[in-house]
Design a protein around this ligand. Structure first.
Ligand code: ATP
Ligand code: MG
Length: 410
């Protein structure tokens, strides 16, 4: 890989670098955007690394937010109010596999040495157009390799999350993991249990979303042993894992729910939100009862029964069956305007009470009965015929005097 003579750095980033340099501090573009641009992927999110300590950054840029000041990161806002991360050169002084204590006042090369992979440890000077690549990240971009900076065993022990990051970058770019890096990562896998669920979940989700093929990310988690710790009941059959590549998008909650024996437990272990856990629960609940595409009545009943889980279950059924038949029936049913919930009926609870049905649970029960009829025969969802049925069920009502405006209208 040749370094291009210049990278196209956005003006706002150049201006921030200029101000730092004028004040006497080095400023370099580093990290993911450099890597992505060298690979030919558009990424304008250039982070800066600088010799300026955090308080100096904050003094130079009044419009700035201390996003992680203990780690030396300040978000500087440009004239459009957009944030750009500026991080002080730092070195880890103490690590325990989960957190690092950092020290400022170090050189660019020391800062690059604490980065995780060679492809993430390349720096570019946005004013002088110089490159700095002490670990031959460019060579590894050419060789298509994820390789730890320095001694891989030590690097994974410093921060176990790097194991999952290695898998994510490999799958995203279609790279291999260098053999010593892979072996060290695999050896370090038991350390993953010490990570917080939030960090693991963010990596899992990001990995699935950024993968060329989500199945490759899952397979790599299974292979290295990360899945056994964090997703112990996940499917391991190649066929089932391959089905996730046929989902319309890489939706991490859907994928996790699809692959898990017990989606609720998986999502809870990853400390997902209550809404996400509920979504997983509904998926598990509805998985067994998906109807054949040709049976429209059954499809209507099914849509009514699964409610908000319908689209998730449809995505799963489509991926598993490998055809759009059910999706087509569902689209047809939805376009027909057929009632699929009590709220779609041509009558409501007030109408029933006005017709003499006593207030209470019986009202809801009657509406359910009507829905059941209409799911079978949508053409019956019409006010007078539904009211007629209600009167049959509550024979005395027709003799009662009108009680309100609704009934007087009739
Ligand atoms: P992405 O496209 O996912 O943002 P990225 O490479 O920019 O990829 P970030 O998590 O944004 O990843 O981190 C920015 C840079 O910080 C990385 O390129 C890497 O140099 C360094 N870095 C991030 N996390 C770690 C870590 N856990 N250990 C060492 N270095 C890290
Ligand atoms: Mg980034």
């Amino acid at each position: 890989m040749h370094f291009p003579p210049r990278l196209d750095i956005p003006d706002e980033v150049v201006r921030i670098a200029q101000r730092l340099e004028t004040a006497g501090f080095e400023a370099w573009c580093v990290g993911g955007a450099i890597r992505d641009n060298l690979l030919g992927y558009p990424n304008k999110d250039f982070d800066l690394a600088t010799g300026a300590p955090p308080d100096a950054i904050r003094k130079l840029f009044h419009r700035s937010i201390p996003v992680g000041v203990e780690h030396g990161t300040v978000a500087v806002l440009d004239s459009h109010g957009r944030p750009h991360e500026v991080t002080t050169f730092r070195r880890d002084v103490k690590t325990d596999g989960r957190h690092a204590q950092v020290e400022f006042g170090v050189s660019l090369d020391e800062d690059l040495a604490r980065r995780d992979f060679t492809i993430n440890a390349i720096a570019y000077h946005p004013l002088r157009h110089e490159w700095r690549d002490p670990f031959d990240g460019a060579g590894d971009l050419t060789r298509q390799l994820v390789r730890a900076v320095g001694d891989p065993t030590l690097r994974f022990r410093e921060d176990y999350l790097r194991i999952l990051r290695a898998l994510r970058f490999a799958v995203r770019f279609g790279f291999a993991i260098a053999p010593e890096t892979w072996t060290a990562a695999q050896t370090a896998v038991p350390g993953l249990q010490h990570l917080s669920a939030e960090r693991v979940r963010d990596e899992w989700f990001k990995g699935l979303e950024s993968a060329r093929q989500p199945s490759a990310l899952v397979t790599s988690w299974v292979e290295i042993g990360a899945a056994a710790l964090w997703l112990p009941d996940i499917a391991s059959s190649t066929q089932e894992i391959a089905a996730i590549d046929r989902f319309p998008e890489a939706d991490p909650v859907l994928i996790t729910s699809f692959l898990s024996q017990d989606p609720e437990a998986s999502l809870r272990r990853l400390k997902c939100s209550n809404a996400e856990i509920e979504r997983g629960r509904r998926i598990a609940h509805g998985r067994g009862a998906v109807p054949p595409a040709a049976d429209e009545v059954a499809v209507r009943r099914w849509l009514a029964a699964v409610g908000p889980a319908a689209d998730d279950l449809l995505a799963i059924a489509t991926a598993e069956r490998g055809n759009e038949d059910l999706a087509n029936t569902v689209a047809r049913v939805r376009a027909s305007g057929a009632a699929l919930a009590v709220g779609d009926l041509a009558v409501n609870g007030r109408d029933l009470i006005a017709a003499g049905v006593p207030e209470g649970p019986i009202v809801g029960q009657l509406l359910q009965d009507l829905l059941h009829v209409v799911l079978e025969r949508p053409e019956l969802n019409e006010r007078s015929s539904l009211m007629e049925r209600v009167r049959h069920q509550v024979p005395s009502t027709s003799e009662r005097p009108a009680r309100n405006a609704t009934e007087q209208r009739e």
